[in-house]
Write a protein that binds this ligand. Structure first.
Ligand SMILES: NC(=O)C1=CN([C@@H]2O[C@H](COP(=O)(O)OP(=O)(O)OC[C@H]3O[C@@H](n4cnc5c(N)ncnc54)[C@H](O)[C@@H]3O)[C@@H](O)[C@H]2O)C=CC1
Ligand SMILES: O=C(O)CCC(=O)C(=O)O
Length: 429
């Protein structure tokens, strides 16, 4: 069997920015600490299954365009694969492979009974109408239909997809099954089997992780100035919840620019402005700037990258001023940058822990759909808090035991759990 590195496109100049290689760097380090034997190591370092589809979509102007999409299932040892679907012009197979592997480790860190999967479609949703997005979503769903399902692989929202996208997926799948099957996706609208609390869950998990990290480094939310990159589901709602908790959000961005106010932003007002205008620009109570890269280097106590991969790299790691980074996005810090920051004593709460609130409440949604019995928001939030706090403590204990940073601790904990299931189930021979 080939090793995982054989599947990643290898280009020495761009290796730092290949998310799959970044993921493998963390995997290899943890596998060395765990002394993982060859066969288990090989099988866990590469995806179980990769599906590429090219789907024709009727555009509003009467033409037909073909869109390429992927669904990668990294691992199903602990349960059905689980993970979001993103729509973006930057989607590529190595990215989806990395994201699917991170889902395996994430589900294992928070100990929910899923493996990891991820999907993506190369498209620019900003230039597409609602009708075009619906037709694309339905054709993509039909193309991956054979490999998804409540007991196989359960998609969810990610960048540029939302509860409406999940409703279309659920409906398309259900039409083909000839029965309503709500548990095929999570992150759905409440009226069709969504869970209370799922929309805010990833941001809530980021907030809980920040609270736990502050306890660890001996700081209080009121004394913590936070810069947030991204103002979508994770960044926007995460910033709102941090603000409510007493943190001072001094800057927030979207893909076009960022706001700064050293006295702290009024987050409800910022999000109301963003909802009304689709841009942060024009918000009166803060400065607005467009050089997004400079935002990450602003003076602050904590940085929450909640947009996309490869934002903190060997290029800017030395100029990052934050002493705490809570990774809302998947893979925002490259492996090299992570080492540079660790050497400077910066604490990083890694993505597979910090943003695991989303998949945790997705798990709750899947359970509720299968029971046909729905929980109150208080129950969802308190169970989420319990899982996040326990997982943080377990990652911290593992990191202390092996004398490593939190990222390596999280990888050791999660890969160790998956490997033990692998040994318990036995090899198919
Ligand atoms: N939605 C979810 O439940 C989860 C999402 N994530 C991860 O969190 C990240 C963000 O996802 P969502 O908030 O769901 O996406 P989203 O589409 O709701 O929001 C993305 C935000 O990032 C901004 N953005 C995109 N590229 C940027 C750039 N280069 N610089 C600055 N801002 C940029 C966009 O303008 C937008 O504000 C992704 O890495 C995703 O994989 C992780 C766990 C769960
Ligand atoms: O809610 C889920 O199932 C997965 C969300 C996701 O894609 C992620 O955690 O990166």
């Amino acid at each position: 069997m080939a090793t995982g590195s054989a599947v990643a496109s290898h280009d020495p100049k761009n290796d730092e920015f290949n998310p799959f290689l970044s993921m493998q760097d963390g995997f290899d380090t943890a596998a060395d600490f765990l002394g993982l034997e060859g066969g288990v190591r090989d099988v866990l370092s590469m995806p179980d299954r990769e599906l590429t589809v090219n789907v024709p979509v009727l555009m509003d102007d009467g033409t037909v365009r073909v869109f390429t999409g992927y669904r990668v299932q990294h691992n199903t040892l602990r349960g059905p694969s689980k993970g979001g679907i993103r729509f973006s012009p930057d989607v590529n197979l190595d990215e989806v492979r990395a994201l699917s592997a991170w889902m395996t480790w994430k589900c294992s860190v928070v100990n929910v009974p899923f493996g990891g999967g991820k999907g993506g479609v190369i498209c620019d949703p900003r230039t597409m109408s609602n009708g075009e997005l619906e037709r694309l979503t339905r054709r993509y769903t039909a193309a991956i239909l054979d490999i998804i399902g409540p007991d196989r692989d359960v998609p969810a929202p990610d960048m540029n997809t939302n509860d409406q996208t999940m409703a279309w997926i659920m409906d398309t799948y259900s039409m083909h099954q000839r029965k309503t099957t709500t548990a095929v996706v999570t992150g759905k609208p409440l009226s069709i089997g969504g869970s209370r609390g799922r929309r805010e869950a990833t941001g809530r998990g980021v907030m809980i992780s920040a609270n736990e990290a502050l306890k660890m480094i001996g700081k209080r939310p009121e004394d913590t100035r936070v810069v947030v990159q991204g103002s979508g589901n994770v960044g926007g709602l995460g910033a709102m919840l941090l603000h409510r908790e007493g943190y001072k959000i001094t800057s927030i961005s979207d893909m076009y620019g960022y706001l700064v106010n050293d006295r702290g932003l009024d987050m409800p007002a910022v999000l109301a402005h963003l909802n009304a205008n689709r841009t942060l620009e024009g918000y009166k109570e803060a400065e607005y700037a467009t050089d997004g890269k400079a935002q990450l280097e602003l003076d602050c106590d904590a940085l929450v990258p909640a947009a996309t991969e490869n934002q903190i790299t060997s290029e800017n790691a030395d100029r990052i001023k934050a002493k705490l980074i809570v990774e809302g996005a998947n893979g925002p810090t490259t492996a090299i940058a992570s080492q540079m920051l660790a050497a400077r004593g910066v604490t990083i709460v890694p993505d597979i822990l910090a943003n695991a609130g989303g998949v945790t409440v997705s798990y709750f949604e899947w359970v509720q759909d299968r029971m046909g019995y729905f929980w109150t928001e208080e129950i969802v939030n308190s169970r989420l808090e319990q899982i996040m706090v326990t997982s943080f403590a377990e990652v911290r204990e593992t990191a202390e035991k092996y004398k490593v940073d939190l990222r390596t601790g999280a990888y050791i904990l999660s890969i160790g759990r998956v490997a033990s299931v692998y040994r318990m189930r036995g090899l198919f021979s």
